[in-house]
Design a protein around this ligand. Structure first.
Ligand SMILES: [Zn+2]
Length: 244
């Protein structure tokens, strides 16, 4: 396929290209993750202005040529977040979400569920959250789940017993004291219930919650450990979020 096409997209990030241009990474509603050149975007009087700032939801016209990179020929704002771009904790949480999407989605593979999840999570951050890192972790839990990494959190993944003592990254769920292996990190009920709450929680509710003080750091380590184990990728933007 070559030629012009239209798509709605959310800006994940942009990097400089030469003196005047930028490479913008979008997650689009209809074409998955797409990277495109915005010519002249770094000039003071660029026709793109602030339209391609991170986390902006835009209506795009793109040109696909022979290169891996498409060309942005037109961009119109659908929504441009203000609060989340000016609040440091929210901005960091949004950056971690965008980074997770980049690491877990192949280029040009349509996935409307990821698009809708990202749009709702950014909207929740924009509306103001008590604990922005919690929203980022809820996003990661939900993103992993819809990408096939859905953990078994209620009973032992090996034998079905109800006593949960640890979590096995490799087996993808909780294990009991008979099925635990040496490398499995211990996991309290509080921690596993937090995971369930984030997975199942509606954004309107998650906005008003915060991670439990006693186990926030432990929870972050467990969820990140699970996702990193299966994706063989380091989610550095998550490791930098202030938790606990
Ligand atoms: Zn067991």
């Amino acid at each position: 396929m070559q030629g012009l096409y239209r798509a709605q997209g959310i800006v994940l990030r942009q990097i400089r290209l030469g003196e005047a241009d930028r490479i913008v990474t979008f997650f689009t509603q209809s074409h998955g993750r797409v990277r495109a050149v915005a010519k002249g975007a770094r000039k003071a009087k660029s026709r793109f202005g602030a339209r391609l700032d991170a986390f902006t939801h835009v209506d795009l016209q793109l040109y696909k040529g022979r290169s891996d990179l498409d060309i942005v020929t037109q961009a119109d704002i659908i929504t441009r977040p203000r609060h989340l771009r000016s609040d440091y904790a929210s901005f960091c949480a949004a950056s971690a979400m965008a980074d997770a999407v980049e690491r877990t989605t192949p280029e040009r593979e349509n996935n409307v569920r990821v698009f809708l999840l990202l749009r709702s999570a950014l909207q929740a951050l924009e509306e103001g959250a008590v604990d922005p890192p919690l929203l980022a972790y809820a996003f990661l839990a939900k993103l992993a789940s819809i990408s096939g990494l859905h953990p078994a959190l209620t009973v032992c993944v090996e034998c079905g017993a109800g006593a949960r003592v640890a979590f096995s990254y490799g087996r993808g769920g909780v294990v009991c004291d008979r099925c635990i292996e040496r490398a499995d990190p211990r996991a309290s009920d509080e921690l596993l219930d937090t995971w369930t709450a984030l997975l199942d929680g509606e954004w309107t509710d998650l906005r008003t919650r915060s991670l439990p003080e006693t186990s926030a750091r432990e929870f972050a380590t467990l969820l990140l450990g699970f996702v990193q184990w299966h994706t063989e990728s380091r989610f550095r933007a998550f490791a930098l979020l202030p938790v606990g």
